[in-house]
Design a protein around this ligand. Structure first.
Ligand code: NOJ
Length: 987
C-alpha cells in the first residue's frame, strides 16, 4: 500500500536513519494518483446530472419538470411556503417537494426544498439499512450560528402577475425575489436588476426516492436484448438506471440503501465575468470554466474532503476541505451563494459570452457566469447574497457561519514544525539553536512520532522521556508546543483510549451497525464520532492535564487526517454507507465530519483545568463552513517546488474571502528538499500567510532557518523579523476579521472592487486594512517583480521609501535579500521594532507608527491590542486606537476606537494599568511635506497627563529623500501612552 511509505518504523533507529538519508538522496518524482479519485463520470450522481445538463442544452424544447402549485403559496412573517411539484416521465405521477423561501433581516434570502415522502419517513431502505430516511437536514446545525433573524419588512408584491410571485425584501426593500411558477425558478434582483437566477437553464434536479424494481433473474439472462432496449428507452427518457444502485470504485462497494438522491440546481450570475470561492482547490482565484476548451478544465470543481496524496497544481480536484460559498464579481457589484450541503458536491462553471451588436448602439457585450451545483444527498438549501460590495458578502456570510476566532497572539507568530523532532532533547536543541542564531519563533511542533506506537495521548517512553522539562524550557522564552492528535484511535490491546471508545460505543459505525474498523497511521483503527455529544464530552476529558500527562498550559493541538483519511477506504476515506450518531449516513455528513472533530478539540482545550479559560489553538486539515470559529487551517501536503509556492497565494487569498482566513501553507514545501533559494523565497512569502509555519516530510533533510547558512539564514531571519515587527498590524487585521468577517490578507478585487483590470490578480496581497501591499517572489532567479497598483495613490517601498505611483504595473527590485513590500499612501501602520526571541517577550514593547501620507497629505490607521491570551477582550479589556493625520493642520491624533458607551469594567481597568507604561517610541512620516524642511520641533499633547507635561516640545528630524525615494520625518520618543489620547502637531 502506497501509504506505508510514509509510515516509518516507530523508533528512531540506526536503520531508519540510514533509510532516511537514502531517501534524501533520491527524491522520487511525485504525482497524484488520479486513479484513486473519482472523476465526475465515475461518480454516479455527478455523471447523471451532467448528462441531464447536456440533454437540456441539446433539447430545444427543454422544459424543467418542476412547477409551483399556486394554490399552496403562503407568505407569513418573512417566509414563503409552497409546494413544488415534480412531474415524472409518465406525466401522471407527481412528487411533492415543500419549498421554503426565508427572507432574512440581513438582506440574505434562503431557499430550501425538501421531499415530503422522505420527511414523513415513508420510504423503505434497501439492504436492511438502519440509516435515517429523511434528507439530511442538519448541516445548518453545525454551520450556522447567527444571521437567521427573519426580516420584518419582507412583503409580497401587491401587483398580482400571472405565473409569478414577487417578494420585496432587504434594506429599503431594494431586493426582490421573483418566483416563477412554471417551470419553477427564482430571479433575485437588486434595485430592479437581476443578479442571480435559479433554474434558468432548467437543471434543477431533486432525485426523489423510488424503490428498486428487481428484474427477474431469468429475464435478465435470456432477455439481454430486451434489457438493452429497456435501457435505451430509459436513457431517452432521461432515466438511465445504471448508476442508481450499489456503486463500486477501486474495489469498494457503496450499498446506497436509499438509491439515487442527488440534488442539483443551475445558478446563473448575469453580467458577472468572475466567480471566486468554493475552496479548497489548487486553482487560481478567479475560477476557470469546467466544460473543456482552451485553458479550461473538463471536470467540475469537486468538494469532497479527501487526503489527496501529492496533489497537483491547477486542478479542480478535491482537496482536504470544503466551503461551498461562491462570490460573483463585476464592477459595481458583488453577489454570491452559499450552498449549504455537507455531502459530496461538484460545481460546473461556464461562461456565456454575448457579443456586442455592432448595429445597435449602446448594447454592450457581456458575460454571464453559469454554474451548476450537484450534491449527492441532503436538502436543497441555498443562501443568496446580493451585496453590493465584497465587504457585504464576507460580513453576511460571517454572520451566518461565524467570524474567525480571535487567536492567541503567539498563534500568529512563527511556528516551527517537521515530521518529526525525534526526541525531547532534539526539541530543546532546536529551541537553543534558534536563540543562538537570534531567530525569533514562538511554537515548536510534534508530529505523530512523539507517541508510543501512534497511540494518541501517550509519549514514546524511549524518545520523549521528559516532556515536562521540554515544555518548561520552551516556556522560559514564552514559547509553545503543539502536538498532533488525529481522529483515528489505534485498535489494539492495552490502550485505555480505545477500550473506552469501544466500551462507551463512541466510534463511527459501519453499515451493519458495528464499530467501523479501518487503516491509518497506527494500523487498525477506529474513528471517534464527534456527531455524538457523548463523544465530545469524553474527548474533552482526555485533554485534562491529569489525563494527558506531560502536557502543560503551553501545549496546543494539531488535528490532522480528519477528512477522515482512511488508507484502505474508498478514495482514502470512509465508506459512504457508514453510520454516524443520529442515524445519518457518512454520505450525508462527509464534508462537515472534519469540523466536528476540530470543534471537539477546541472545546477540549478551552478549559483543561477548572477556571483556566484561554483561547485555544487548533490547526485542522479538513474544514467546512464554520471551521473558522475554532481552528486555523493549512493547505496540506504541498511540494518543495516553485509552482507550489506560487499556488499558495491564490489558495490563501481564496480562504480569506471564503470566511476562513486563518490559513497558511507549509513553508518550504512538505515533500522534497527545497533549494536554498526556494526556501528563502518561501519564508519571504510565508511571512504573509496569516498562519505561518515551516513544515517538512519525514524523508526530507533538516531545514530550520539556521540550517542553510550564509547568506540565506540571515535573509530568512530578516524576513521573520519583519513578520514580528508587523505583528501589531497583523493582530489588528485579525481583530477586524473577528468582528466583520473581512479577510486578513486581501486580493486586489476586494480592496479595489471598481478596478476591472485587477479582478483576476491573485499573486499579490494587502494585509488587512493597513495598506501594506506585498508581492512575494515565486519565480526562481527573479531579481524584480511587477507590482500592480490599482489606484493613483503614492505607494512607498517599506524599507527605503522609494515612490511608485500611477495605476498600472511597476517593476520593483527584488534581489534575494529584498522583500517587495509597499505601503499605500493614506495609511498609518503600527509596528514593534525591537527584535525579540518570541512574540510573548514583546508584550510590553513600545510601538512605532509609520504615517504614510496620501496624495492629499492625509493618513489614517488603527491598532488593536489585548492580553493576547484570555477571553477578557470579550468583556471590553482591550485597547483599540484610531490614528489620523490631518493633512491640512499637520496634526497626528490618537483617539479611542472603542464604541462610545462601552463599559469600563474592572478587567479593562486592570488591562489598561498593565499597559500604562507602554508607549509610542517613534513616529515616522513618509512623504513628509517639503515645507517641513528645516523644522526641528513638534509639539506633543497627551490627555490625562500632568499639567506640566500636557504640552511639550520634542525634537523632529526631517530627511530629504534621494532619487525616487520620498522625504520623511521622524520624532523619537514622544512619550505618549499607547492606550491614551494624544496629538502631535507638526505644523
Ligand atoms: C499528513 C499531514 O498533512 C502532514 O502534515 C503530517 O506531517 C503527516 N500527516 C504525518 O502526521
Amino acid at each position: 500500500m502506497a501509504r506505508s511509505r510514509r509510515d516509518p518504523a516507530p523508533r528512531w533507529t540506526a536503520v531508519f536513519l540510514l533509510w532516511t538519508a537514502l531517501c534524501c538522496l533520491f527524491v522520487p518524482a511525485v504525482m497524484v494518483k488520479h486513479e484513486n479519485f473519482k472523476t465526475c463520470d465515475q461518480s454516479g450522481f455527478c455523471r447523471r446530472n451532467r448528462q441531464f445538463a447536456d440533454t437540456a442544452a441539446a433539447t430545444s424544447s427543454w422544459s424543467s419538470p418542476y412547477t409551483v402549485d399556486p394554490t399552496t403559496i403562503a407568505f407569513k412573517d418573512g417566509e414563503l411556503h409552497a409546494t413544488v411539484v415534480k412531474t415524472l416521465q409518465d406525466g401522471v405521477q407527481n412528487v411533492e417537494l415543500p419549498l421554503t423561501v426565508t427572507f432574512l433581516d440581513s438582506g440574505v434570502a434562503r431557499v430550501t426544498l425538501d421531499e415530503t415522502k422522505r420527511q414523513k419517513g415513508d420510504i423503505t431502505l434497501r439492504h436492511d439499512s438502519k440509516a435515517r430516511k429523511e434528507r439530511y437536514n442538519e448541516a445548518g446545525k453545525w454551520t450556522l450560528v447567527g444571521g437567521l433573524k427573519v426580516a420584518d419588512g419582507a412583503a409580497l408584491s401587491e401587483k398580482a402577475e400571472q405565473g409569478y410571485t414577487k417578494v420585496f425584501y432587504g434594506d429599503g426593500s431594494k431586493h426582490q425575489a421573483i418566483i416563477r411558477h412554471a417551470p419553477f425558478g427564482i430571479e433575485f434582483q437588486r434595485d430592479g436588476e437581476t443578479q442571480v437566477k435559479f433554474n434558468e437553464r432548467g437543471l434543477l434536479n431533486l432525485e426523489h426516492w423510488r424503490s428498486k424494481i428487481e428484474k427477474p433473474a431469468e429475464e435478465k439472462k435470456d432477455g439481454e436484448e430486451e434489457k438493452k432496449e429497456e435501457e435505451k428507452k430509459e436513457e431517452a427518457a432521461g432515466e438511465d438506471e445504471s448508476t442508481w444502485w450499489d456503486e463500486t470504485f477501486g474495489g469498494n462497494t457503496d450499498s446506497k440503501p436509499r438509491g439515487p438522491e442527488a440534488v442539483a440546481l443551475d445558478i446563473t450570475f448575469p453580467g458577472y465575468e468572475h466567480v471566486f470561492g468554493i475552496p479548497e482547490h489548487a486553482t487560481r482565484l478567479s475560477l476557470k470554466t469546467t466544460r473543456g476548451g482552451d485553458g479550461a478544465y473538463s471536470e467540475p470543481y469537486r468538494l469532497y474532503n479527501a487526503d489527496v496524496f501529492e496533489y497537483e497544481m491547477d486542478s479542480p480536484m478535491t482537496l482536504y476541505g470544503a466551503i461551498p460559498f461562491m462570490q460573483a464579481h463585476r464592477k459595481g457589484s458583488t453577489v454570491g451563494v452559499f450552498w449549504l450541503n455537507a455531502a459530496e458536491t461538484w460545481v460546473d462553471v461556464v461562461k456565456a459570452k454575448s457579443t456586442a451588436n455592432p448595429l445597435s448602439l449602446g448594447t454592450k457585450g457581456h458575460t454571464d457566469t453559469q454554474t451548476h451545483w450537484i450534491s449527492e444527498s441532503g436538502l436543497l438549501d441555498v443562501f443568496v447574497f446580493l451585496g453590493p460590495t465584497p465587504q457585504d458578502l464576507t460580513r453576511q456570510y460571517g454572520e451566518l457561519t461565524g467570524y474567525t476566532a480571535m487567536p492567541q497572539s503567539f498563534a500568529i507568530a512563527y511556528h516551527q514544525c517537521r515530521w518529526n523532532y525525534v526526541t525531547d532533547e532534539d526539541v530543546k536543541d532546536v529551541d537553543r539553536k534558534f536563540d543562538k542564531h537570534k531567530i525569533p519563533y514562538d511554537v515548536i511542533w510534534l508530529d505523530i512520532e512523539y507517541t508510543q506506537e501512534k497511540k494518541y495521548f501517550t509519549w514514546d517512553p524511549l524518545t520523549f522521556v521528559n516532556p515536562d522539562t521540554m515544555g518548561k524550557q520552551l516556556d522560559k522564552s514564552q514559547r509553545k508546543l503543539v502536538v498532533i492528535i488525529d481522529p483515528h484511535i489505534k485498535n489494539t490491546n492495552d490502550y485505555p483510549v480505545i477500550d473506552e471508545l469501544k466500551k462507551k460505543d463512541l466510534a463511527v459505525k459501519n453499515k451493519d451497525g458495528n464499530q467501523y474498523e479501518g487503516w491509518c497511521w497506527p494500523g487498525s483503527s477506529m474513528w471517534i464520532d464527534c456527531f455524538n455529544p457523548a463523544a465530545i464530552s469524553w474527548w474533552k476529558g482526555l485533554f485534562k492535564y491529569d489525563s494527558f500527562k506531560g502536557t502543560l498550559p503551553n501545549t496546543f493541538i494539531w488535528n490532522d487526517m480528519n477528512e477522515p483519511s482512511v488508507f484502505n477506504g474508498p478514495e482514502t476515506t470512509m465508506p459512504k454507507d457508514n453510520i454516524h450518531f443520529g442515524g445519518w449516513e457518512h454520505r450525508d455528513v462527509h464534508n462537515v465530519n472534519g469540523m466536528t472533530f476540530h470543534n471537539a478539540t477546541y472545546q477540549a482545550i478551552s478549559e483543561r483545568k477548572k477556571g483556566e479559560l484561554r483561547r485555544p489553538f487548533v490547526l485542522t486539515r479538513s474544514f467546512y463552513s464554520g471551521s473558522q470559529r475554532s481552528a486555523a487551517m493549512w493547505t496540506g501536503d504541498n511540494l518543495a517546488e516553485w509552482s507550489h509556492l506560487e499556488a499558495s497565494l491564490p489558495m490563501i487569498l481564496n480562504q480569506g474571502i471564503s470566511g476562513f482566513p486563518f490559513a497558511g501553507a507549509d513553508v518550504g514545501g512538505f515533500f522534497g528538499n527545497p533549494s536554498k533559494e526556494l526556501l528563502t523565497r518561501w519564508y519571504q512569502a510565508g511571512i504573509y500567510y496569516p498562519f505561518f509555519r515551516g513544515h517538512a516530510h519525514i524523508d526530507t533533510r533538516r531545514r530550520e532557518p539556521y540550517v542553510p547558512g550564509a547568506p540565506y539564514t540571515e535573509i530568512i531571519t530578516q524576513a521573520l523579523r519583519l513578520r514580528y515587527q508587523l505583528l501589531p498590524a497583523w493582530y489588528t487585521a485579525f481583530r477586524e476579521a473577528h468582528t466583520t468577517g473581512a479577510p486578513i490578507v486581501r486580493p486586489n478585487f476586494y480592496v479595489h472592487p471598481e478596478d476591472e483590470r485587477g479582478f483576476a490578480i491573485d499573486d499579490q496581497l494587502y494585509i488587512g486594512s493597513t495598506g501594506l501591499l506585498a508581492k512575494p517572489v515565486t519565480k526562481e532567479g527573479a531579481t524584480s517583480v511587477d507590482v500592480y497598483l490599482a489606484d493613483d495613490q503614492p505607494y512607498y517601498d517599506f524599507f527605503d521609501y522609494t515612490l511608485y505611483q500611477g495605476s498600472g504595473t511597476h517593476t520593483v527590485p527584488a534581489p534575494l535579500e529584498k522583500i517587495p513590500l509597499l505601503m499605500q499612501g493614506g495609511n498609518i501602520i503600527p509596528r514593534r521594532d525591537r527584535p525579540r526571541r518570541s512574540s510573548g517577550l514583546m508584550k510590553f514593547d513600545p510601538f512605532t507608527l509609520v504615517v504614510v501620507l496620501d496624495k492629499d497629505g492625509a493618513a489614517k490607521g488603527e491598532l488593536y491590542i489585548d492580553d493576547g491570551e484570555t477571553f477578557d477582550y470579550e468583556t471590553g479589556a482591550y485597547i483599540h486606537r484610531r490614528f489620523a493625520f490631518d493633512g491640512k493642520r499637520n496634526v497626528l491624533t490618537s483617539t479611542n476606537a472603542v464604541p462610545v458607551g462601552a463599559k469600563a469594567t474592572a478587567k479593562l481597568e486592570a488591562y489598561l494599568k498593565s499597559m500604562n507604561k507602554v508607549r509610542v517610541e517613534k513616529v515616522i512620516i513618509v512623504g513628509a511635506p517639503k515645507t517641513w524642511k528645516g523644522k526641528t520641533e513638534a509639539i506633543v499633547m497627551e490627555e490625562g497627563a500632568k499639567e506640566s507635561a500636557r504640552k511639550k516640545t520634542i525634537a523632529m528630524e526631517f530627511h530629504s529623500g534621494s532619487g525616487k525615494s520620498a522625504d520623511w520625518a521622524i520624532v523619537r520618543d514622544p512619550k505618549v501612552g499607547i492606550g491614551r489620547g494624544w496629538k502631535i502637531d507638526f505644523s
